[in-house]
Design a protein around this ligand. Structure first.
Ligand code: SF4
Length: 902
């Protein structure tokens, strides 16, 4: 049979906002291979570890393949009728504000457009919000205040052309790796380029920094106000630009002067050295080509919008915007957060960057859509939306492609809200998410690789996402599911789409409708694309009009903005402290973020053994002085508690972490860890302008988790760990190559470790093939089972966390049979003489472990990352591990570190 897809197929990566192009092809065994697209302008062939492992996530294990009602399979008509009837009844009884959609930056623009149209145009409420609220709504609000539009002025190339790149509140090396690698390459090519990293933590992104400011958490606005004051005192304000093309300069300068009158005052407020601050300000003064790249560290704050505007003020005051090598640059987290912004996926926006508060805009959209009852006021933003679900104000909610039971702050309350809600509909490609567990109706959506549409990346570049896999089971495109509900609600004509191209054309036409240059978002040049042209569409940056059919690289160089009167605004910024400060009970600050190889709530990356190898369980990074103070030991477990919740995490003591703060990654869900939900601890306070939650600043306390036993289990088959290990207080699971790994610990004393493991895994057969050994004096137990001379399962238990290293044992699961030599060493947990333990994975692309690297560096005298790459391939694919490789080199300690200005 002919393959229905014209391999190789060009598409776009499923993960971050860099928006890398990929090429999907099939090898001789018909397996899908994913490579970077060498001509996609975002990545020019590069992929990071996540992108390179996309093929690992394509199988159907765990997929939702049939519609379900009350977790029982039904046909599509039954499920759609149930949803439509449920929404209809709530709307008729309680009004349109009693229903809501919570959507996702994982949706394609076409899906997003239809969801927004249905809620705002035809249901008549604006209760549609997106998980992008959690990552970049402060940037949207800041852009709109300054520019009158949500516009990214520049492009990725500006980073490479700049003489100064300021990376603030962004660990791009891990969160936007390909863009970071472009920056690394640019600095290598132009060594005079200065890179300043501003982050309370020393992260992998600090690796290329000339100066790293370990800033006191929450003081970014003071730092940038101080820069504005400095530029003013040095008479370096570009008055021609700031007065001719902007408003509010004097008020912004006055506010900056009040809060940051001198570099010395800034140094004190930010906990930094005067010398380093002065050096940074001098660099900014000297380098006209300056780019300020920022991300969640700025946005996820109770004053995130002000922080954004403090940055924008510096660029507007100097006229450094929209020209090659200069400008403020907000990096978006998700692959299509930008597409969501374009179609009005946030509750306070209309489609096509139009304003819900503007009666002319409402009239325009209502006429274009022939909408009977366009929403006339903003809807509920994410945090307040789920509060409204909890109080019963919202009685029916449809969650599309996102996992709020894990990702929202104070998510125990979100879970309670979903439990109480009359009707919870979840459309997703995965069946077993934490959120899906609360669904009354589950609707199977297509996954990446099966979907067809467009996404927009952080530089306004629209790329096609193309299907290269058939729809499995009954799965359908999100836009189809939404349109079917719209039809059942009586809006047949407005949702009569046959293809995603139909939707794209309508979206493009709306962007140009009565626009005439008055709005930034205009892709009317694409409004008449035929199907064949849509299918073949090349990546291009909006605006795309009839006059600019190739798109637009930069905006604002001409000083023309989209506020009334056409001028930009400098916004007076009065820096605010975070809402909740540490107190006698909660002495430290909890900061959350991402790790290198996982994405969001792990529903996809958790399927990949190589992506799960880098960080295998929830962890907390803490400075040595705090660890000593709170009697926390490296490698042990600790309990973290806040006013909102608690979790258990493995401790990692590091001087990269600032004293006074703890960092915990956001990814672990209930499928992968018993107590790993960090967002359950996070306060639900939001920025009053953007409604973005303060995910990086919650007072917390840490105490040792006093386990009486620790264990790990490696097993070929996934365990039903909740059922099997019910008496384990703590567990974490990770997939490996051919095995599952479980880390366990318990608080309850046990008389016999053998009995413990036999009772924990009572479903398992402890038969004659089972080898076991208990050392009662040492309080340890070791057991393993071979089936047909192949390792099936092994388990190690002890009274402390110091159990055998896992890596050699894990490698045995790739062996077709276990040799006599290895069998003899199995219960010792260490390789026989002459064999080496590769150690914990550092390079995920080539599976190179820490011990292998250290051996090669020591024995072969390797002195650079290039030499490591030549010897072991490590670091030669995506480059995400290069900072870690460099830190292993013998000269790492002596290597000039970026000056930490604290
Ligand atoms: Fe995907 Fe990595 Fe590119 Fe982001 S940087 S789009 S995760 S390949």
């Amino acid at each position: 049979m002919n393959d229905p897809f014209p391999f190789p197929v060009k598409s776009t990566c499923a993960y971050c906002g860099v928006g890398c192009g990929i090429i999907a092809s099939k090898d001789e065994e018909q397996n899908i291979q994913i490579e970077g697209d060498p001509v996609h302008p975002a990545n020019l062939g590069r992929l990071c570890s996540k992108g390179a492992a996309l093929a690992d996530t394509l199988d159907l294990e765990g997929r939702l393949l049939r519609p379900e009602i009350n977790h029982q399979p039904v046909d599509w008509d039954s499920a759609l009728d149930k949803v439509a009837l449920g929404f209809k009844e709530v709307i008729e009884t309680h009004g349109p504000d009693a229903v809501a959609f919570y959507v996702s930056g994982q949706l394609l623009t076409e899906d997003y457009y239809v969801a927004n149209k249905l809620m705002k145009g035809f249901i008549g409420a604006a209760n549609i919000d997106t998980n992008s609220r959690l990552c970049m709504s402060s940037s949207v609000a800041g852009h709109k205040r300054a520019f009158g539009s949500d516009t990214i002025p520049g492009c990725y190339e500006d980073l490479e052309l700049a003489d100064l790149v300021v990376l603030t509140g962004s660990n791009a090396a891990w969160c936007h790796p390909v863009l970071y690698q472009r920056l690394v390459a640019a600095k290598e090519a132009r060594p005079h380029m200065t890179i300043v990293v501003i982050d309370p933590r020393r992260t992998a992104s600090s690796d290329i920094a000339d100066i790293h400011f370990a800033i006191k958490p929450g003081t970014d606005a003071v730092l940038f106000n101080g820069l504005l004051t400095y530029l003013n005192h040095r008479d370096k304000i570009n008055r021609t630009f700031a007065e001719e093309f902007c408003e509010g300069l004097d008020k912004a300068l006055a506010a900056a002067e009040r809060s940051a009158p001198t570099a010395g005052a800034v140094a004190k407020a930010c906990g930094l050295s005067l010398t380093a601050i002065t050096e940074f300000y001098e660099h900014f003064e000297a380098c006209e080509k300056s780019v300020t790249l920022y991300s969640q560290g700025i946005n996820q704050s109770s004053s995130g919008t002000d922080k954004v505007n403090a940055i924008l003020n510096c660029h507007l005051a100097t006229g450094r915007i929209g020209r090659p090598g200069m400008g403020p640059f907000s990096l978006t987290g998700q692959p299509n957060a930008m597409g969501g912004r374009e179609v009005g996926g946030l509750a306070n926006l209309l489609a096509a960057h139009l304003e819900i508060d503007n009666p002319d805009h409402r009239d325009l959209v209502a006429r274009f859509w022939h909408a009977p009852q366009l929403a006339d006021k903003p809807g509920l933003a994410a945090v307040e939306l789920f509060e409204a679900v909890e109080t019963g104000k919202v009685k029916a909610i449809w969650i599309m492609g996102t996992n709020p039971a894990v990702s929202l702050p104070d998510n125990s309350r979100v879970r309670q809200a979903l439990e109480k809600c009359d009707l919870v509909v979840v459309s997703d490609c995965e069946r077993n998410t934490d959120t899906a567990a609360f669904a009354d109706v589950l609707l199977p959506a297509l996954a990446w690789g099966e979907k067809d549409g467009t996404v927009t990346n952080s530089e306004r570049r629209i790329s096609r996402q193309r299907a290269f896999l058939p729809a499995p089971g009954d799965a359908k495109p999100d836009w189809w599911i939404i349109s079917e509900i719209a039809r059942r609600l009586g809006h047949d004509a407005a949702f009569n789409y046959a293809t995603s191209a139909d939707i794209f054309r309508e979206h493009a036409a709306l962007s140009g409708f009565e626009n005439n240059g008055s709005r930034d978002f205009d892709i009317s040049g694409l409004a008449e694309l035929k199907q064949i042209a849509y299918d073949g569409m090349l990546p291009l940056q909006w605006p795309v009009t009839k006059n600019r059919p190739q798109g637009t690289t930069r905006l604002f160089a001409d000083g023309r903005f989209f506020r009334p009167g056409g001028k930009a605004a400098l916004v007076p910024v009065n820096p605010q402290a975070p809402v909740h400060a540490p107190d006698a009970k909660f002495l430290l600050i909890l900061n959350t973020g991402r790790v290198r190889d996982h994405w969001h709530t792990m529903t996809r990356t958790g399927k990949s053994g190589r992506l799960s190898a880098h960080r295998i369980e929830p962890f907390a990074e803490i400075h040595p002085t705090d660890a000593e103070r709170f009697e926390i030991n490296d490698g042990n477990l600790a309990r973290l508690e806040t006013n909102w919740g608690e979790m258990i995490a493995r401790v990692h003591i590091t001087t990269d972490q600032q004293s006074g703060s703890i960092f915990v990654p956001m990814h672990w869900n209930k499928q992968f860890a018993s107590h790993g939900l960090v967002d359950a601890l996070v306060n639900p306070v939001t920025d009053p302008i953007s409604q973005q939650p303060e995910l990086k600043h919650t007072p917390v306390r840490i105490t040792p988790f006093k386990a009486s036993w620790h264990a790990f289990v490696l097993t070929r088959k996934r365990l039903d760990i909740n059922a099997e290990a019910a008496i384990a207080t703590y567990w974490a699971a990770a997939r490996g190559k051919g095995f599952w790994r479980y880390e366990l610990a318990g608080e309850h004393d046990v008389a016999s470790k053998t009995e413990l493991m036999h009772s924990l895994f009572s479903a398992h057969t402890f038969d004659a093939n089972w080898l076991e050994f208990e050392d009662t004096a040492r309080g340890s137990y070791r057991g393993a089972q071979l089936v047909n001379d192949r390792l099936e399962i092994c388990m190690f238990v002890g009274s402390s966390p110091e159990l055998p290293a896992r890596d050699w044992l894990q490698a045995l699961f790739s062996e077709p049979t276990i040799s006599e030599l290895n069998r003899a060493s199995l219960l010792a947990g260490v390789p026989p003489l002459g064999q080496k333990d590769a150690g914990a994975t550092v390079c995920a692309c080539f599976g190179v472990g820490m011990n292998t690297l250290i051996d090669a560096i020591t024995n072969d005298g390797l002195t650079s990352a290039d030499e490591i790459g030549a010897a072991l391939s490590a670091g030669t694919n995506c480059g995400s591990c290069l900072p870690e490789l460099k830190n292993l080199l013998p000269n790492a300690a002596a290597r000039e570190k970026p000056r930490n200005a604290a």
